[in-house]
Design a protein around this ligand. Structure first.
Ligand SMILES: *Cc1c(COP(=O)(O)O)cnc(C)c1O
Length: 339
């Protein structure tokens, strides 16, 4: 089976498992797990922030980010195809009591003028605009990079309008590797940001929220309240640390394979968007039928929204898998193929 559904399907490597077996641990709710502490310090430094907080998932770190930057009844502005809006179970309403204001924009990006037009003045009729959430790379648009200048421009507008900025950086290192711009350059324009070790970096679990020391102190309270306080978490935190140290640069391999895959699929007659990172979107009239036909050829992918199929490269696929996936897709497309 060639599993291209998501970059979350990776299994821990042998080295990662050895590190997990040997990790020093303590009770992290008491702040006594040396491995978790090491991971938080490493990631804070990597992202150029004062502090970081380890949590079970990117949903939790995003939602803690929303919580610490807002109050009940505030308005959070974000892209209409943002993960925080579409794929986090309604958590901003559930956990923070905020109202979401989805905004349009090409490539998952919000333009400064769109933001300025959407932010309303102080008036008893209006929810208070408080936070802008940005996402980089942008998942639904096919792993598109939000370039640093564009990111800085919209974050600057947000600041001028009195808003805080949270960055959903589940795949921020894909953006960094694809552009050669250090992750911390983007982070400098955000108050809080979330990064995942369980996507292309290949850890089994774990995300971090980074920000100012005082903000992360509040975030630690919120993590406990949301049920994310873990005890001897060093056994899993060490896998994240290993992923951040050893698997960041190799994301370039995933990007190269995504290009290989896109070229192969285009050669087989599919309409494919050129990938910027590790996500390939292809257009099809009938995603369900194509996904079923590919599955019969032992290639797994997912729906990429209306009229699209999404394929994702990651640590557990190699060049041979990509060649095989392209051949399978070619057979499916041939007259009477894939049956
Ligand atoms: C995967 C993802 C998250 C977090 O997902 P979890 O499964 O909760 O770790 C957040 N934002 C984006 C853009 C993602 O792709």
């Amino acid at each position: 089976m060639i599993d291209l559904r998501s970059d979350t399907v990776t299994r821990p490597t042998g080295e990662m498992r050895r590190a997990m077996a040997e990790a020093a641990v303590g009770d992290d709710v008491f702040g006594e797990d040396p491995t978790v502490n090491r991971l938080e310090e490493y990631v804070a430094e990597l992202l150029g922030k004062e502090a970081a907080l380890y949590a079970p998932s990117g949903t939790m770190t995003n939602q803690i980010g929303v919580f610490v930057n807002t109050g009940r009844g505030d308005e959070v502005l974000l892209h209409e195809e943002a993960h925080v809006f579409n794929y986090e179970g309604g958590a901003p309403a559930l956990l923070s009591g905020v109202q979401l204001r989805p905004l349009p924009g090409a490539r998952g990006a919000i333009r400064p003028e769109t933001l300025r037009a959407a932010v309303r003045p102080e008036d008893v009729h209006f929810a208070r605009p408080r936070l802008l959430c940005l996402e980089n790379t942008h998942n639904v648009s096919g792993g598109k990079v939000l370039p640093l200048e564009d990111f800085a421009a919209v974050a600057g507008s947000a600041r001028d309008l009195g808003l805080k900025v949270h960055l959903d950086g589940a795949r921020l290192f894909n953006a960094a590797v694809a552009t050669g711009v250090a992750a911390r350059e983007w982070c400098a324009h955000a108050d809080t940001l979330s990064v995942c070790s369980s996507k292309g970096l290949g850890a089994p679990v774990g995300s971090l929220l980074a920000g100012a020391r005082e903000t992360i102190r509040e975030a630690r309270r919120a993590r406990k309240a949301f049920g994310g306080g873990m005890r001897q978490a060093g056994v899993i935190a060490v896998a994240s640390l290993h992923a951040f140290v050893h698997h960041r640069e190799r994301l370039a391999e995933d990007h190269r394979r995504a290009r290989l895959l896109a070229e192969g699929l285009a050669g087989a007659g599919y309409t494919v968007e050129p990938p910027e990172t590790n996500i390939v979107l292809l257009q099809t009239d009938d995603p369900k039928a194509l996904l079923a036909a590919l599955a019969r050829e032992n290639v797994l992918a997912t729906s990429g929204g209306a009229g699209k199929v999404r394929l994702c490269t990651h640590l557990d696929v190699d060049d041979r898998d990509i060649e095989n996936a392209v051949e399978a897709a070619g057979r499916v497309r041939a007259p009477g193929g894939g049956r």
